[in-house]
Design a protein around this ligand. Structure first.
Ligand code: FAD
Length: 344
């Protein structure tokens, strides 16, 4: 365990906005959480769990303790031939887990390559990319309940995964500290090439029967060409979720704008491409001081250098209001905003 008062967190988040924690505490082993619970340190109602800081925007300094689960370890716990269970500690980098499982010839995670952040945060917003979500490979997770000091093992139904949502963003928000995640991967199954751009990338490389390693390479190549690298340009990936609307809202929009990308959902609603709406609202590349809408991917807000969290939030509010005026659609943030909220 490592504890420090008045700790600078700027380098621990991918937006790179200045932020300080009153107290920062890194835990390296599960037993340390029990010790913190016994001594009352987990009682703080404003405690914030920090992973890789790649889905957070700090508008103000967090008022309470910032707890960083940093446990390490990847274990192949069960091998049932075509199905393998892999358990991974919360503090491992997500993409290291993807790399290790792909190198072991397992499929399931390759489409989720290069997503920044920690394994412990992956269930929180049910990370997803290129037609695959965490829920598709999820087996269970282990978490410490800081309200009563109990250890829990939660399965898929307990986690209530949905598009960029889970119980950890709702009722159990900031209550559960996820310490490991178990995934059900497969050996020898066909990769998911449902997303056109992966197939196109593989075709360009002349690969006909790709395995997980080839799909991972294709996904990495696509992502590197489209998304800004947070080491170079601060960002937190997609700032907004793709809005899910009723068919009666979607139909007139799709008639008026035939190019609007949309996906029919199993519940009859329609998901619309937020990036397209932002771009067509004329905001791609728009700048507000040191904050901006990325010039290649309008769904990503960036820190051009020296932006504050408040400046990025002001930009996000302009984006939200402009899209509402133009299309009547309300965008919701995908990024967790600390110390502020988007204005309607
Ligand atoms: C360039 C870029 C591309 C991205 N692409 C994608 C993408 O394709 N798909 C996608 O889904 N996301 C994407 N993201 C968003 C982000 O990478 C994911 O949401 C990631 O899972 C966040 O992990 P983190 O460890 O950085 O979490 P943090 O940002 O540190 O935390 C996010 C939330 O999880 C909570 N949390 C973190 N760790 C734990 C824990 N152990 N227990 C309980 N709660 C915890 C935090 O309190 C917070 O509410 C992208 C981000 C960037 C910067």
């Amino acid at each position: 365990m490592y504890r420090c008062l008045a700790s600078d967190l700027t380098a621990l988040t991918t937006f790179g906005v200045p932020v300080k924690a009153r107290e920062y505490c890194r835990v390296d082993a599960e037993a340390e959480l029990e010790e913190l619970f016994r001594t009352g340190c987990l009682d703080d109602p404003s405690l914030l769990v920090l992973g890789g800081g790649s889905n957070l925007l700090f508008v103000t300094d967090p008022p309470g303790m910032v707890l960083h689960p940093a446990m390490r370890g990847i274990t192949f716990t069960e091998d049932r031939g075509t199905e393998v269970i892999v358990q991974c500690a919360a503090g491992e980098a997500w993409d290291d887990l993807v790399a290790e499982t792909v190198a072991a010839g397992l499929s399931g995670l390759e489409n989720l390559s290069l997503i920044p952040g920690s394994v412990g945060a992956a269930p929180v917003q049910n990370i997803g990319a290129y037609g695959v979500e965490l829920k598709d490979v999820f087996h269970s997770l282990r978490a410490f309940d800081r309200e009563d000091g109990r250890w829990l093992v939660l399965g898929p139904a307990d986690c209530r995964f949905a598009y960029r949502r889970s119980v950890f963003k709702e009722e159990l928000r900031e209550r559960m500290i996820i310490t490991s995640v178990s995934l059900k991967l497969s050996r020898g199954s066909a990769p998911d090439l449902g997303y056109g751009s992966i197939r196109t990338e593989l075709d360009a490389l002349g690969i006909n029967n790709p395995g997980p390693a080839e799909v991972r390479a294709a996904v990495i190549s696509i992502r590197q060409s489209k998304l800004p690298d947070p080491q170079v340009l601060g960002n937190a990936g997609s700032f907004f979720k793709n809005p899910e609307v009723d068919a009666s809202t979607a139909s007139p929009l799709m008639e008026a704008w035939p190019g609007l990308p949309s996906w029919n959902m199993p519940d009859g609603r329609v998901k619309l491409a937020a990036g397209w709406l932002i771009e067509k609202a004329g905001l791609k590349g728009f700048r507000l001081g040191n904050a901006g809408v990325h010039d290649r991917q309008a769904l990503v807000l960036v820190n051009h250098g020296g932006a504050s969290g408040a400046e990025i939030l002001r930009l996000a509010t302009i984006v939200k209001q402009t899209v509402k005026e133009r299309f009547g659609i309300l965008l919701e943030p995908e990024v967790n905003i600390i110390g502020g909220a988007l204005q309607a």
